[in-house]
Structure formats: structure tokens, C-alpha cells
Design a protein around this ligand. Structure first.
Ligand code: TXA
Ligand code: MG
Length: 322
């Protein structure tokens, strides 16, 4: 059910949930100060209660309402990247709902860079907790139609068009002493974070593990961000084409997501340009599209294991097996 900005604000203020657009993915939003509203998010998503939520605020000045300390490093990051696809995990004030924190002593905050989300937060005078607006472990939505297809038509959706960044925000935790850690890669790269936050204060990094970002052993990682169709990952085009031929010979149907030019398999395929930004923007919508074909297997070509592709590799590695 599509709703207007005014209706969305009214629903949120009365303790309901609304799917809202952000520049990364659509979020399933509820008033971050209302526990019964927050619990609806977990129920709708079928999400475990110990997974904390990101609080979306309309302005950097509101950070003071949520944290015990806003370390210098975090202030610099916020100034450099907000509004934008960066989430900061900071020491939480005691009043911050345990439902939001998932019982952690910290709270995750971000100012989204989307005109509709910012209007909702600023005009509505709201702070909303919002995980991605999909069922737990399923593909994240980047359009209003994806939200409706995943959660059903009863969920109110504020349509803000297709998300431009396309994958979830980079998450960085900053402790009181200014040390920082990358918790989830995103389109703001670790290099960009380190340039602002000072690499010397980094605790540990997933960036040194680009290769490990793609799991080596099938089934040894939690499947997340997954389409319904079994998905296989390939390091090169030739191997993918050979697998598509083998599947077809065995009477199984398949469809492929390819990155860049080159030889094409005979099955249906989507070719994305060889650009991390473009692939991120179109990643989930391409997977939604391929999933809807209801073939037996999806075959996905992996990008190179280099830092610029880390976030895309991370999402793909959680979506399927190699
Ligand atoms: O781009 C995004 O971040 C999107 C849009 C809607 O803003 N939101 C999103 O939310 O991806 P979600 O719930 O799918 O992912 C939130 C992540 C979780 O993996 C959680 O572990 C982490 O944020 N997180 C939240 N609060 C945290 C905390 N206090 N400490 C550590 N991690 C936290
Ligand atoms: Mg999610």
C-alpha cells in the first residue's frame, strides 16, 4: 500500500511501521523511541531479537541525544560522509531502547542521503530505526515494488524511486578512545574511511581479507541477502559458461548475472557494466529479476578480488555458494 509523506509521518507517530526509501536500500521504519513499534519490525521481518537496528536521524546535531561521547574521529567521519551511506556505532546513552541496541552498550546512527527520507525525519521531527525492508536472510529491496513483493501489500510503503547506492551502508564502530573498526563493508570504502579517521587508530580490518570475503567452503557461512533460487558463484566467465552447459545438458534451467563484456552463455543473462558503483546500484534489482524467472540455478560471475569491489563481493558471498 503506497502512502504519502504526511501519511507515513502519521503512521510512525502512532506507533506503526512504514517502509521508507534511503539511498542504500529501502528500510522498514518505526519510531526509534517506541518499543512496541520497534517490536513490530522484528515480527514482520522474522528477525532474531538480538540483531540491533540502525537509528536514522535527520541531522548530525541529533547524535548528542543518543551517545555518551561523540569521539573526534566519529565527528570527522560524520562531517565527511553525512548525509550518506555510513553508519557509526557509538557508546549509547542509558535511555536508548534495548530493542534498538539488541542489548549492546552501543547504538548505530546514520543520516541517510535521500530527499524523501530526510524530509520525513526533519519535517516529522522523528528518529526512526530501520533495517532493510525484507524478510530476514532474503534479498534487500531497492524499489517500492521489491518491498511489496517481499513483505506483502499490507505494509505501508513510501515510494522514493529506485535506490542509487543499492547496497547497505558501510558500518564503522568508534570507541571512546577514538579507535575504529570496519564492521560491514559498503560503498564508502575502507580507504576513504582511513583517510579521514586515521589508519593508525584502526583496530582490525576486513579489507585485508578481500580474498576471504568470498567463502571457500559451501555452507560454512550464514546465507544472507539470498534469492530463493540456488545461486552459484564463479571466479571466471569460462567456468560459468561450462556450468551453464552442464546444467542444460542435465535438463536444468539457469540464468546468469555477468560483469563486463566477453563471451556469453546460452542461458538468459543480465550483463552489468564493469564498475563497482554500477554493479552495487543494480545488484539486488538484477538478482530480484533473475529470481523471478524461477529457473533451477542462478550463475553469478564474481568481480575481481580488489578493494574497490569489496562490498559487492561481500554481499555476493553471502548470497550463494562457490
Ligand atoms: O544502508 C543501511 O544501513 C540500511 C538502510 C535501511 O539504512 N539498513 C540496514 O539495516 O542495512 P540492517 O538491519 O539490515 O543492518 C544493520 C546492521 C546489522 O548487521 C547490525 O549487526 C548492525 O547494523 N548494527 C546495528 N546496531 C549495532 C550495534 N549497536 N553494534 C554493532 N552492530 C550494529
Ligand atoms: Mg538487512
Amino acid at each position: 500500500m503506497r502512502v504519502s509523506l504526511e501519511q507515513a509521518v502519521a503512521v510512525l507517530k502512532s506507533g506503526g511501521v512504514v517502509a521508507i526509501p534511503t539511498e542504500t536500500v529501502y528500510g522498514l521504519a518505526a519510531d526509534a523511541t517506541n518499543d512496541s513499534a520497534l517490536k513490530k519490525i522484528f515480527a514482520i521481518k522474522q528477525r532474531p531479537a538480538d540483531h540491533p537496528l540502525i537509528v536514522h536521524i535527520g541531522d548530525m546535531r541529533q547524535v548528542a541525544d543518543w551517545v555518551t561521547i561523540f569521539p573526534d574521529t566519529a565527528v570527522k567521519l560524520a562531517k565527511a560522509f553525512w548525509p550518506g551511506p555510513l553508519t557509526l556505532v557509538l557508546p549509547a546513552q542509558l535511555h536508548v531502547s534495548r530493542v534498538v541496541r539488541g542489548d549492546e552498550p552501543t547504538v548505530a546512527l546514520r543520516v541517510p542521503n535521500h530527499p524523501v527520507a530526510l524530509a520525513l525525519l526533519q519535517q516529522g521531527g522523528l528518529s526512526v530505526a530501520a533495517p532493510s525492508a525484507n524478510l530476514f536472510t532474503q534479498l534487500s529491496p531497492t524499489t517500492a515494488a521489491h518491498v511489496e513483493a517481499g513483505l506483502g501489500d499490507a505494509i505501508p510503503v513510501l515510494d522514493g524511486g529506485a535506490c542509487q547506492v543499492g547496497i547497505e551502508s558501510t558500518i564503522v564502530s568508534v570507541s571512546a578512545n577514538g579507535q575504529w573498526q570496519l564492521l560491514r563493508p559498503g560503498m564508502i570504502s575502507q580507504e576513504a574511511i582511513a583517510a579521514v579517521a586515521n589508519a593508525d587508530h584502526q583496530v582490525s580490518s576486513v579489507g585485508e581479507e578481500v580474498e576471504q570475503a568470498v567463502p571457500k567452503v559451501p555452507g560454512q557461512h550464514a546465507l544472507h541477502y539470498s534469492p530463493r533460487t540456488p545461486l552459484l558463484l564463479f571466479k571466471n566467465r569460462l567456468a560459468l559458461i561450462q556450468e551453464s552447459e552442464a546444467l542444460q545438458a542435465a535438463g536444468l534451467s539457469c540464468a546468469a548475472m555477468l560483469i563486463g563484456e566477453g563471451e556469453m552463455p546460452t542461458c538468459q543473462s543480465i550483463s552489468l557494466p564493469h564498475s563497482p558503483e554500477k554493479v552495487a546500484e543494480l545488484l539486488y534489482s538484477s538478482l530480484h529479476q533473475l529470481d523471478a524467472l524461477k529457473v533451477d540455478r542462478l550463475l553469478v560471475e564474481l568481480p575481481p578480488a580488489s578493494p574497490a569491489w569489496l562490498a559487492v563481493l561481500d554481499r555476493l558471498s553471502r548470497a550463494g555458494y562457490r
